[in-house]
Design a binder for this molecule. Structure first.
Ligand SMILES: Cc1cc2nc3c(=O)[nH]c(=O)nc-3n(C[C@H](O)[C@H](O)[C@H](O)COP(=O)(O)OP(=O)(O)OC[C@H]3O[C@@H](n4cnc5c(N)ncnc54)[C@H](O)[C@@H]3O)c2cc1C
Length: 461
């Protein structure tokens, strides 16, 4: 028998978990591709006389690049109905790849216009470019062009910039908004094909949608959060440099979510401030109305997480993500966690325990030292209610350590997984990025099908 954890067929379960919604990744990708091609079709339908190949290529590429730019507002806009099933880390990886492609397409736009003049005298091409960049009629496009280069460069090198994440995020949003408005102004003013009313209407509608998506994140969502405040009810140390913060709604019901999902957590600030961070729910839907987060001290914000006092007001944006057992057809499950990557997995284990999940569950849990192991007593106790086994892995074990020694390399993982056999296990993986890559590669090398590996990276940018 298989446990069917799909939302549409499941009976009422403890905490009434809610499966993530949204389009399938294939449909989302196909929809984006179709939208990128739409302006090309509208342009082709105009029957304009053919200019030279460079100009046509320049117009075609920049149209695709510009739709992709406007689509990024929707994809990074935290819309569950759109990207909930694709998952935040896949969506953000797509955002990063798309940004690089967009940059190439937009940078090429003026260069292709000047390219035919390269022969016989390259100086002619340079002079043509200079005229373009100085022309008052092209000013909005030129500013958008430079802003695009700056925006992508600041995003790619963000980790090395001496600025706070929140400031970078604000500048990223404002620059993106400026690019959308200036780019559309440029297109409508001088675009060869945008003189057509259908194509003009397309650009105006796409820009309006992009701006609405931005307003939704920065105005509508905070307004909704104002009406649903939470309060910190407990903050306790659960391991070396790790804290568990529990919140409850001040009024009304707590949000419904699927175990393993995450929220943007704002502690003690106005919902309109940009000071919010993504954290997985380490509690289960069955624990509602109490929602818990397990947070590791790392940077500016989390370093002081232990100082958050009970009574502090909290705002939650979520739930997000598809790192969850809900909505999947599952039987035997292996969870592989590194450090605080246990947080969402703990949420799933707690929910599975509340549901008395009938199939085998295994946990491979890696840390550096023993004092970093989270919820050890609770994990041990799962053996009494579930078909559950755990392998603890430490890279710096104390003397007399009976568990596995090493990092979660393919060899160490192989040793931990050997007793289970490969069978039809589904693997849920969460931990630091290098561990994730190594584990995913090791599983693929053991012929585990891609769709049987569900993973989440604690990185959002
Ligand atoms: C889906 C997801 C789930 C997560 N779940 C957990 C969890 O359960 N427990 C846990 O300890 N950590 C979790 N994290 C990581 C956590 O969000 C970061 O460690 C935290 O935001 C770092 O903030 P900081 O200011 O202390 O660190 P900093 O050193 O200032 O930031 C470190 C890095 O964290 C990222 N970051 C910082 N602020 C933000 C922000 N506001 N929004 C998005 N990214 C930001 C940036 O990549 C930054 O470079 C999760 C991350 C993601 C994406």
């Amino acid at each position: 028998m298989r446990a069917d954890l799909r939302g549409d067929t499941e009976p009422t379960r403890p905490g009434d978990p809610r499966s993530p919604g949204g389009l399938s990744p294939g449909l989302l990708f196909a929809g984006c591709a179709a939208l990128c091609l739409l302006p090309l079709l509208l342009a082709a339908a105009q029957g304009e006389p053919w200019r030279n190949a460079f100009r046509e290529l320049s117009s075609g590429l920049v149209m695709v690049g510009y739709v992709m730019t406007l689509l990024q507002f929707l994809l990074s806009g935290r819309f569950e109905w759109l990207s909930g099933r694709t998952g935040i880390d896949r969506t953000m990886r797509f955002h990063q790849v798309a940004a690089r492609l967009i940059l190439v397409l937009i940078v090429l736009h003026p260069l292709l216009y000047a390219a035919p003049r390269l022969v016989p005298d390259p100086g002619d091409a340079v002079a043509a470019l200079q005229r373009m960049f100085a022309a008052p009629s092209l000013r909005s496009g030129v500013i958008a062009w430079w802003l695009m280069i700056l925006l992508v460069a600041l995003a790619v090198f963000r980790d090395r910039l001496p600025v706070r994440y929140e400031l970078w995020r604000l500048s990223h949003g404002l620059m993106a908004l400026a690019i959308a408005l200036l780019g559309t102004h440029h297109t409508l003013r001088v675009g060869t094909y945008a003189a057509d009313r259908w194509l003009a209407a397309f650009w105006i509608a796409a820009t309006a949608l992009a701006v609405l998506a931005l307003l939704h994140v920065y105005v509508v969502k905070p307004l909704l959060q104002l009406g649903a405040p939470y309060r910190v009810v407990a903050n306790r140390k659960v391991a070396d440099r790790m804290w568990e913060i529990a919140v409850e709604p001040e009024r009304g019901a707590a949000m419904r979510f699927a175990p393993g999902q995450f929220v943007w957590l704002n502690l003690g600030h106005s919902p309109f401030s940009l000071t919010e961070h993504p954290f997985s729910l380490s509690s289960a839907p069955a624990d509602r109305p109490r929602l818990a987060f397990t947070i590791k001290e790392s940077g500016d914000f989390t370093r002081r997480i232990g100082e958050v006092a009970p009574g502090t007001r909290a705002y939650l944006d979520g739930p997000h993500g598809n790192f969850t057992t809900a909505g999947r057809r599952l039987s035997r499950i292996v969870f592989i966690a590194g450090g605080v990557g246990l947080a969402p997995i703990m949420g799933m284990l707690r929910q599975l325990a509340a549901e008395r999940y009938p199939h085998p569950l295994r946990l491979v849990y890696g840390n550096r030292v023993e004092t970093q192991i989270l919820y050890r007593d609770e994990i041990e106790a799962l053996r009494s209610t579930l078909d559950f086994e755990v392998s603890y892995v430490l890279s710096e074990p104390p003397s007399g350590w009976a568990g596995v020694v090493g990092e979660l390399t393919p060899q160490v993982l192989g040793r931990c997984l050997a007793p289970f056999g490969i069978g039809d296990w589904t693997y849920f993986v969460c931990g630091p990025p290098p561990m994730m890559t190594s584990v995913e590669q090791a599983l693929r090398a053991r012929d585990v099908a891609r769709e049987r590996i569900v993973s989440e990276r604690f990185k959002y940018d």
